[in-house]
Design a protein around this ligand. Structure first.
Ligand code: SF4
Length: 328
């Protein structure tokens, strides 16, 4: 069952030299309790998409079309883009929370970690007593591997990994159904990154929330995600289970991303990378936006834009689409 349904969502950034089409016609489902990975190079639209869903976009960004429907635990559908100010405040912590890449920027530097969790509980769960809030704060910190004594610490007194854990604890405060994690481990070293990924999976098992996990590192997503959506030039170009994408990617861009990072397991492979740079989204290339960089491009690719259609497993937007996956 889906907890979130995004339909034909488009977001533009208005600039003096024309609109930048950061997200174009994206339709995507998030299933209850799943970890959905969102991958793509910088500028592919993944963070803009997440910010649109969380209603965090600020001018010059604007949603130009589409819908986002959230299905509450009781089954009631909520039109996220139609929520008023007050409804949105409640929605953001109780139903959906966001963890950003740099916890140092997201956390308040002049407030202790404990006070920051307490603030969320005090405002959004007014019936909780002071004692209950303290107990909940200690419990949340414990769940993310931070000792109770640290609740009196300020963000600058914690390591990068601990700050990110604290940000996750704040996101968990009201047991949301969805947590959007935007590059939550990118700034951390590999060991801490692995620990946090493991913790996110464990917490997900325990609390049952769904995660949208955003990163440019596809190999990392393979480890943590149930399903993955690949974005290029503001569009979803492939979706599928992590296993299927790992075994047989159907889109040449997915293959390029996979071959851009060394794999932690399996035989050594030559890193191919992806030639060229992402397109200017004020005037993306005609047809398939990936065609100037695609080693499988055909004449038709610059003339016709491939639609996202069911592939061997999941969906793929490529004129080469068949049930055999991309030639490797
Ligand atoms: Fe490459 Fe053509 Fe497929 Fe685009 S449609 S990814 S250019 S083969």
């Amino acid at each position: 069952m889906n907890v979130l349904e995004i339909r034909e969502l488009s977001v533009d950034y208005q600039s003096g030299s024309g609109a930048v089409h950061a997200v174009s016609d994206v339709s995507l489902d998030l299933r209850r309790g799943e970890i959905l990975g969102l991958a793509g190079e910088s500028g592919s639209g993944k963070s803009t998409l997440a910010n649109a869903v969380a209603r965090l976009l600020r001018p010059p960004a604007a949603i130009t079309s589409g819908s986002v429907v959230y299905h509450r635990r009781d089954g009631e559908p909520v039109d996220v883009l139609g929520l008023g100010r007050g409804e949105l405040r409640a929605f953001r912590w109780k139903e959906l929370a966001v963890v950003f890449q740099s916890a140092m920027n997201a956390l308040n530097p002049v407030s202790t970690i404990g006070d920051q969790i307490d603030d969320v509980l005090r405002i959004h769960a007014p019936r909780m007593s002071r004692k209950e809030r303290v107990e909940r704060t200690v419990e949340l910190l414990r769940r993310v591997g931070i000792g109770a004594d640290r609740r009196r610490g300020y963000p600058h007194e914690l390591s990068g990994g601990m700050r990110q854990r604290a940000a996750i604890a704040i996101a968990l405060a009201l047991n949301p159904e969805i947590i959007i994690m935007d590059e939550p481990t990118t700034a951390l070293d590999v060991v801490v990154q692995r620990e946090i990924l493991h913790e996110i999976r464990t917490l997900r098992e325990e609390y049952g929330f769904a995660v949208v996990f955003i990163t440019h590192d596809l190999s990392l997503l393979m480890e943590i995600s149930d399903r993955i959506a690949i974005m290029y030039a503001g569009r979803v170009v492939e979706t599928g289970s992590a296993k299927a994408l790992h075994k047989a990617p159907s889109h040449p861009y997915t293959l390029g991303l996979l071959r851009s990072f060394p794999r932690l397991h399996g035989p050594r492979e030559e890193l191919l990378g992806i030639p060229g740079t992402p397109p200017d989204l004020r005037s993306p290339p005609p047809g398939c936006a990936f065609h100037p960089r695609c080693r499988f491009a055909m004449d038709a690719c610059s003339l016709r834009r491939p639609e996202l259609v069911p592939g061997a497993e999941g969906q793929v937007a490529c004129l080469l689409n068949d049930d055999k996956g991309v030639r490797q």
